[in-house]
Design a protein around this ligand. Structure first.
Ligand SMILES: Cc1cc2nc3c(=O)[nH]c(=O)nc-3n(C[C@H](O)[C@H](O)[C@H](O)COP(=O)(O)O)c2cc1C
Length: 184
């Protein structure tokens, strides 16, 4: 049985999402004793504070799955220099009702891939700001801003370039060491 459960949140709903490919590829770099579960966010209703007392089933599921996780991994594109609305919607849902923030205290890392040369850096900064408010400790370094180019992934969905794979392995090693330290 895995000792550490990491909940993975992908900020894109697109079928051919580069960020979902990235999430699947980096999961394979995790060591023994770590397991990665994707959180579904595409069936959440638009957040409405009126529903706090009577949350929809997908909202209850989201909060339950976060509660079961030891750590968090956000893999997101950048939309108009910020995070996609679907990701912010999921974050808002699980942060409420007031005083019942499911994200609090779970160590997180934020990574992303973009066809733009800044590789999601602005979205990640916005997300880090939100996570700080939600009391989510976030791994500072290494930052992972991936510029999507043809051939980033091989036919099996792994990172094709050796140097990028090594860089991501270094990031994963830091992340899991940090989760172990925080979670115990
Ligand atoms: C609504 C929208 C806004 C976007 N804004 C940005 C942006 O601000 N910066 C950027 O680098 N790419 C931007 N892009 C391009 C995305 O990086 C690109 O579509 C990427 O493939 C999305 O991630 P995904 O493949 O995981 O869906 C935008 C795309 C969309 C659809």
């Amino acid at each position: 049985m895995a000792e550490y459960r990491i909940a993975v949140v992908v900020g894109s709903l697109r079928r051919e999402s580069h960020n979902r490919c990235l999430a699947n590829a980096v999961k394979r770099l995790g060591p023994k004793g770590f397991s990665f579960q994707h959180l579904r966010i595409d069936d959440l209703p638009p957040y409405n504070q009126d529903d706090d007392a009577t949350p929809a089933e997908p909202v209850k599921r989201l909060k339950r799955e976060i509660a079961e996780a030891d750590g968090l991994l956000f893999v997101t594109p950048e939309y108009n220099r910020s995070v996609p609305g679907v990701l912010k919607n999921a974050i808002d849902h699980a942060s409420r009702p007031y005083g019942e923030n499911a994200w609090a205290g779970k160590p997180a890392s934020v990574i992303g891939a973009s066809i733009g040369s800044t590789g999601t850096s602005m979205a990640q900064q916005h997300l880090r700001n939100v996570l700080a408010y939600l009391d989510v400790p976030t791994l500072a370094q290494p930052e992972v801003f991936l510029h999507v180019r043809e051939g980033l992934f091989d036919a099996d969905g792994n990172i094709a370039s050796e140097s990028t794979r090594k860089f991501l392995q270094g990031w994963m090693d830091r992340y899991v060491e940090w989760v172990r330290k925080l979670v115990g």
